[in-house]
Design a protein around this ligand. Structure first.
Ligand code: ADP
Length: 464
């Protein structure tokens, strides 16, 4: 047998076994294999069957044999078939000692055939193992590395020619040196590829950060413009009325009261704005610590409606009797309902009523605010909860606001352990639904409040 006649053939088996043990970097496509170059050289150097047997033995991955015997035998069989077939084609066209002009076409035919056989085997394995259609496997290989896919194996196969010639001319040790150099070049190449991938990722992340910063900057500029406009309006009104009151004494007490009422309302509006900004800042810096206590939802709803001033008459309250008391942060809940109700009033015609309703649902409470106003375009729903975001619609925009209301609502609902969703139909109105736990899971009410809460619950027929 040729293997025994050439004891150095066992050296090739050892080389292939060692190459199989080296960790392969995960490169898409068929990979960048030095072992392929050795297989091509074998196909040129030995009788096809002997070359196939050497490749078969060299592909025996003893490490994985126990865990994945089928995969290992598949790999061995594949090496046997491809190298035998490659060798047969090579020897059919030329012999190993012939001049380069005759050697080259034989070598190319051999390398390409072996590569095609390797790809076909990979496609067959994917079909057999996962049922993936061949076209899809090829498309995936190609998409993952369009230029590397057809280039890697045949590219590496080219080294088979110098390896075989060097072996014939100089013997085994220079070949080992060449293979060592090849491995080094391959490692460098893979490192460069992976670094390139990492750099591309970094660049992409950098681009995203820059885009986000630009957006934040734009938002800030817009915010300064909108907020100063919002503050200027009530301040101008306050100054105007105070100046009038100072300049000319007003004898009519009713007129004076009306003036003072306007000043008070505008000051309240200013205070509301400042509170909104403070809450937003506290939320952003994680300084908003919720204070949980037992609260009556009815009371919170009444207060919120009262806070609407002249518009309170437009709100219809839908509160069933005997609602459970909530263990929650009363102030946050008031701000959530207040903002939703203000929007409902703001974004619907003056003659249209709005609704604030509550329903118990097991250990949760469902609260909703409904209006019959302009509604919100579907395309805007994703963004209305963003900071400083305002729908750019001239039909609804003459109204006031700084684009922080819904953002605060969403954040505060999160603090209260609840969820919020919106249903809306342009032209038909919107309904914001908030679902809150009756008892916040993290809530630790003070002992006195706990006792009071328990007592209050006992006095209610359907208490918590
Ligand atoms: P703003 O201060 O502008 O009211 P919000 O954060 O409260 O800011 O709301 C964001 C945007 O969502 C508003 O600019 C408005 O266009 C839209 N919006 C909020 N609530 C309603 C509603 N009930 N009906 C129609 N549009 C609404």
């Amino acid at each position: 047998m040729e293997l025994l006649a050439h004891p150095q053939a066992l050296g090739w088996v050892a080389v292939l076994l060692a190459l199989g043990l080296l960790p392969q970097a995960a490169v898409a496509g068929p990979g960048l294999s030095v072992a392929f170059a050795v297989q091509v050289a074998l196909a040129m150097l030995y009788h096809p069957v002997a070359a196939g047997v050497i490749a078969f033995l060299g592909a025996l991955d003893l490490h994985r044999l126990r865990r994945r015997p089928l995969t290992v035998w598949w790999g061995c069989g594949l090496a046997l078939v491809t190298v035998t077939a490659g060798g047969a084609v090579f020897h059919l066209v030329a012999g190993q000692d012939e001049p380069l002009a005759r050697l080259l076409p034989a070598f190319v035919a051999c390398a390409v055939l072996m590569w095609l056989a390797g790809v076909a085997a990979m496609v067959a394995a994917a079909r057999f193992e996962h049922g993936t259609p061949p076209r899809q496997v090829l498309a995936r290989m190609n998409a993952a590395s369009p230029y590397r896919f057809p280039a890697t194996f045949p590219g590496m196969g080219w080294f088979g020619l110098p390896v075989a010639r060097l072996y014939l001319a100089e013997g085994f040790w220079p070949v080992l040196l060449l293979l060592g150099l090849l491995l080094y070049a391959r490692t460098m190449c893979l490192k460069a590829w992976s670094q390139r991938g990492r750099l591309v990722d970094l660049l992409e992340r950098e681009r995203r950060v820059v885009a986000e910063l630009r957006e934040v900057n734009r938002g800030k500029e817009q915010f300064v413009a909108v907020a100063s406009h919002e503050m200027r309006t009530p301040l101008t009104a306050i100054l105007g009325y105070v100046t009038t009151l100072r300049r000319q004494p007003i004898d009519d007490p009713a007129a004076r009261d009306r003036f003072l009422e306007i000043v008070e309302r505008q000051a309240q509006r200013l205070l509301g704005l400042v509170e909104t900004l403070l809450t937003a800042s506290n939320l952003e810096h994680g300084r908003l610590a919720a204070r949980f206590d037992w609260a009556s939802v009815e009371d919170v709803c009444q207060e919120v409606v009262e806070g609407l001033g002249d518009d309170r008459g437009r709100v219809r309250l839908d509160l069933p009797p005997a609602l459970p008391r909530l263990l929650t942060d009363r102030r946050c809940l008031g701000q959530v309902l207040g903002n939703l109700l203000e929007n409902a009033v703001k974004y619907s015609p003056r003659q249209q009523p709005c609704e604030l309703g509550v329903r118990p649902d097991g250990d949760r409470l469902v609260l909703w605010v409904r209006d019959h106003g302009a509604g919100i375009p579907r395309s805007e729903l994703e963004r209305i909860f963003d900071r400083f975001y305002q729908v750019d619609d001239s039909d609804t925009r003459p109204v006031t606001g700084i684009g922080l209301g819904l953002h605060l609502v969403r954040e505060l609902v999160g603090v209260l352990g609840g969820t919020i969703e919106v249903q809306t139909r342009p032209g038909a109105g919107s309904r914001f639904t908030v679902v809150l736990p009756v008892r916040h899971p993290d809530a630790r009410p003070p002992p006195a409040a706990l006792a009071a809460g328990a007592a209050a619950r006992e006095t209610r027929p359907s208490g918590t």
